[in-house]
Ligand binder design. Structure first.
Ligand SMILES: Nc1ncnc2c1ncn2[C@@H]1O[C@H](COP(=O)(O)OP(=O)(O)OP(=O)(O)O)[C@@H](O)[C@H]1O
Ligand SMILES: [Mg+2]
Length: 243
């Protein structure tokens, strides 16, 4: 299987802490790849390095066969690589539709003031409908539940028709009905060709949804393989249980 994303020797230090330590792994094209590991093992930092929200001290990232020399969130989004955040980043004062259209100008640093054009609104409504929140299209996003905000952020990153989406704990703190909804969306989008790299603590979900699974501990890759291989790897059990 060809690799859509290749990470080689990625390293990031914060003072005395090496958050990501010479980490290498690949995300096969067409996969739902999991990135798992105990709290503080470097998963979000790895996402930040890959997507240009933090600068690596060492290492290389290749996306779709081409070196990403200085990862930049906007340029990467345009080339088809986008991500969500552990704490959903949405504009609480904008409507859901406005949030969706604002996502086209990732990262969401600039103030969104322009009018929503009709084709954009239609595309936004289509996606919101797939995510089961179209009835809330013109509500303030700040009124959404925690889980609905995560759905909105997930839907919004699809506005730019990405090829690879990095999801940072898409189901954490989300009620079971919305967890099913999120799983269903990942499956369906993946069946249509979208590749995912997912940070997720819900191991049941990882085991039935993801392949391969990459395991980090203290910034280092411990294991990478099929879910059943990884689950039975004693080093992985130690990392989780040993604390
Ligand atoms: N901006 C920062 N400054 C200093 N230390 C940081 C910073 N960001 C992360 N760290 C440290 O780097 C390590 C990895 O953190 P990171 O957030 O990447 O872990 P994680 O695997 O995403 O954890 P969790 O599962 O809790 O989200 C931790 O020790 C954390 O305290
Ligand atoms: Mg994290």
């Amino acid at each position: 299987m060809t690799a859509l994303l290749e990470i080689d020797g990625l390293t990031k230090r914060f003072g005395g802490v090496t958050a990501v330590d010479a980490c290498s792994f690949t995300v096969p094209a067409g996969s739902v790849t999991a990135l798992v590991g105990p709290n503080g093992s470097g998963k979000t930092t790895a996402f930040n390095l890959i997507t240009g929200y933090a600068r690596a001290d060492a290492g290389a990232v290749r996306f779709d066969g081409a070196a990403v020399r200085r990862p930049d969130p906007i340029r990467l989004a345009r080339s088809g690589l986008t991500r969500t955040f552990q704490q959903a980043r949405i504009f609480p004062d904008l409507t859901l539709v406005e949030n969706m259209v604002a996502a086209l100008q990732q990262p969401w640093t600039s103030v969104f003031t322009r009018a929503v054009r009709r084709p954009e609104r239609e595309r936004a409504l289509e996606l919101l409908d797939e995510f089961g929140i179209a009835r809330l299209a013109d509500e303030r996003a700040g009124n959404l539940s925690y889980g609905q905000k995560k759905l909105l952020e997930f839907a919004a990153v699809l506005m730019g028709d990405p090829r690879l989406v990095l999801l940072d704990e898409p189901t954490a703190g989300v009620n079971p009905v919305l967890v099913d909804q999120i799983e269903e969306r990942i499956r369906e989008l993946n069946a249509r060709g979208l590749t995912f790299l997912v940070v997720e603590h819900n191991m049941n979900l990882v085991m039935r949804l993801c392949d391969p699974v990459v395991v980090l501990a203290q910034g280092t890759k411990l294991a990478e393989g099929r879910p059943d291989e990884v689950r039975n790897d004693p080093r992985v059990l130690d990392a989780y249980l040993g604390g």
